[in-house]
Write a protein that binds this ligand. Sequence first.
Ligand SMILES: Nc1ncnc2c1ncn2[C@@H]1O[C@H](COP(=O)(O)OP(=O)(O)OP(=O)(O)O)[C@@H](O)[C@H]1O
Ligand SMILES: [Mg+2]
Length: 273
Amino acid sequence: MTRYLYIEPLSETQDGKIPSDNSVTLKNVTYSYDGEKNALDGVSLTINAGQTVALVGPSGGGKTTLASIVSRFFDPQEGRVLIGGVDIKEIPKELLMNTVSFVFQSSRLVKDTVLENVRLSNPQATREEAINALNAAQCADIIEKLPNSIDTVIGADGVYLSGGEQQRIAIARAILKNAPIIILDEATAFADPDNEQKVQAALSKLSEGKTVIMIAHRLSTVANADCIYVLADGKIAESGTRDELIEKNGIFTKMWNDYNKSVEWRIGGGQND
Ligand SMILES: Nc1ncnc2c1ncn2[C@@H]1O[C@H](COP(=O)(O)OP(=O)(O)OP(=O)(O)O)[C@@H](O)[C@H]1O
Ligand SMILES: [Mg+2]
């Protein structure tokens, strides 16, 4: 009897497997939120360690769902997700959490100081390490205007941050966590170009030397991706580099032309000739 009690907890810790590298593979992944419509429908792809891939496509195409499945917020009904050759169901939870960092479309900050918001991902980090992460994430201008610098509580006493500012703090948090696999769900819209430019700079700092899955709404950000996947109706409709996709003259080319038209429209000050 005592022997069983002794053995059981041990066998639990022996279950976990360690990924051999930071590659990500999806094999025939199907996921449905409601059991009727598939948000992802037989998706397969491989991202080598250190590569950057971009996910693009129409709203509702399945981009955030794919990213959530790689982070194991939920498991697919069919198919498998592997990191470094190991099914993520077999990777110990804490190790998986430290391996994958997800920066959300709309980042959530907690009602606490800037410092604690950044240290949420790594409570052992020192104040100095948190400050370095904030600087790398282009947050200097935010901190400067706060009454108590990084010790200011966000969301209290009239201290509120814009969406882009909140996203930069969330990027600082991810930089401090230093996970080898980064998932970025780019915010859909920014109010001003200065903020957009700072967020982009913060994201490229975060991405240095990492395996990156970038969900891109502005096609300007996908130019340097090793591979672009166009997700539509839960399926990979097209994949390749930007030049390869433009050559195909398919769904990506149409998105690219529409995107460039909207950029011209903005540069032209909203004039619709
Ligand atoms: N929590 C949810 N419950 C039910 N259905 C959902 C949920 N989240 C997403 N869906 C559905 O799953 C499909 C894929 O959605 P997903 O959020 O992955 O798209 P997306 O490509 O990220 O879109 P966007 O570009 O607008 O962010 C859509 O049909 C959407 O309505
Ligand atoms: Mg989304």
